[in-house]
Design a protein around this ligand. Structure first.
Ligand code: SF4
Length: 294
C-alpha cells in the first residue's frame, strides 16, 4: 500500500492541492507555504454559503420527501416534487442569509435566479434516480426510502490516512457497499472525456473511498453544468499511479524551501491574484526570509 504524506510528513494534503499543483505549482507554494491569501469577492462567498446550506438541507430532508410519496408517481410528477422541494430549500437558505445579501445590495429574487440552475440539476438527477427505482420496485413511503439505492449525499467530507489525503466530494452515491464519487463543475465539457484536472480530482476521491471502505472504487463521474454533460472517469492503475506521483510531488513542494519557477502558460498569470507579488523579486525574497525565520 502506498504511504506518503499522512505518514511521512505528519500532515494531510487536500485534493484541491493536487489540482492547484497542476494549475501552477508556484501559486500553490505562494498560498500554502508562504501564506498569501486569495481575496474571494464577498458575493461569491455569500453564494457559496447559500448553496452549501441548501445542499445541507437536501441531505437532511430528502428522507421526509421520499416517505411522503404514497403512490407510484410519473417521472414528471417526481421532477415537479423534487423541484418544488429544492426551490423551497434554496429560498430558506437565502432567507437565512438575507442580512448579508442586503449589506451587499443584492436583491433576493436575483440571487435566487442566479443560484437556481445549479440546484435544479441536482434536484432533477435525484428525481430521475427515484423514478427508476420506484418503477422497478413499486415501493412507496417509508419502504421506498429504506430500500432506495443508490442513495446520494452531497458535500461529503472524506479522509484517507495512508494516502494522506482529505477532501469534500460534491455527491457521493452509495449502492449497497459500492461508492461512486461525482463532481459538479460549473463549466462546459471538453469534446470528449473530462478535463485533466477533473479526472485527477475524481480519481483522488475514488482512491480515498477505496482506502476508507476497503474496496476498490473504479469509477466516478463529472457533471458539466454549463452544457448538461455527464462524463464517466474510469479509475484504472495508470490513473492511480498518476495521483500517487502527484501526492509525492505536492508533499515535496509544501515541505520544501524552494519556490517553484513561473508557470509556462503566461495566460494564467494575466488573471492571477498574486501576479504583482509573484513577479516582484524583492517581495518574494522577503516572504521567503520570513518563512525561513518561523
Ligand atoms: S503570477 Fe503566474 S507564475 Fe505567479 S503564481 Fe500566478 S499563475 Fe503562477
Amino acid at each position: 500500500m502506498f504511504i506518503y504524506a499522512g505518514g511521512l510528513l505528519g500532515f494531510m494534503l487536500s485534493v484541491t492541492m493536487l489540482t492547484g499543483f497542476l494549475y501552477c505549482r508556484r501559486k500553490l507554494y505562494l498560498e500554502r507555504v508562504l501564506g498569501l491569501k486569495v481575496e474571494v469577492p464577498p458575493q461569491q462567498v455569500l453564494e457559496g454559503t447559500i448553496i452549501h446550506a441548501a445542499i445541507e438541507y437536501t441531505n437532511v430532508t430528502e428522507r421526509d420527501l421520499v416517505c411522503s410519496i404514497d403512490k407510484l408517481e410519473t417521472k414528471e410528477a417526481l421532477e415537479d416534487k423534487y423541484k418544488r422541494w429544492s426551490m423551497e430549500l434554496l429560498r430558506k437558505a437565502i432567507l437565512l442569509n438575507r442580512r448579508e445579501a442586503s449589506e451587499l445590495g443584492l436583491e433576493l429574487l436575483k440571487l435566487f435566479r442566479g443560484l437556481w440552475p445549479a440546484l435544479e440539476m441536482h434536484a432533477l438527477d435525484r428525481a430521475h434516480n427515484l423514478f427508476e427505482f420506484q418503477s422497478q420496485t413499486k415501493l412507496i413511503g417509508e419502504g421506498l426510502w429504506e430500500a432506495l439505492t443508490p442513495k446520494i449525499r452531497a458535500e461529503v467530507k472524506v479522509k484517507a490516512q495512508k494516502l494522506g489525503l482529505v477532501g469534500v466530494i460534491d455527491w457521493l452515491e452509495k449502492e449497497g457497499e459500492e461508492y461512486t464519487p461525482h463532481e459538479l463543475k460549473n463549466a462546459t465539457a471538453p469534446r470528449e472525456g473530462v478535463w485533466h484536472d477533473h479526472m485527477i480530482q475524481v480519481a483522488a476521491y475514488a482512491m480515498i473511498l477505496s482506502e476508507a471502505h476497503g474496496k476498490v472504487v473504479g469509477k466516478g463521474y463529472v457533471h458539466y453544468l454549463k452544457n448538461g454533460a455527464l462524463r464517466p472517469v474510469v479509475v484504472n492503475a495508470f490513473l492511480r499511479d498518476e495521483v500517487e506521483r502527484l501526492i509525492r510531488q505536492v508533499g515535496d513542494l509544501v515541505s520544501g524551501s524552494q519556490i517553484p519557477p513561473y508557470v509556462e502558460n503566461k495566460k494564467k498569470c494575466e488573471k492571477c491574484p498574486h501576479k504583482a507579488i509573484c513577479y516582484d523579486g524583492e517581495a518574494i525574497r522577503k516572504l521567503l526570509n520570513e518563512h525561513q525565520n518561523i
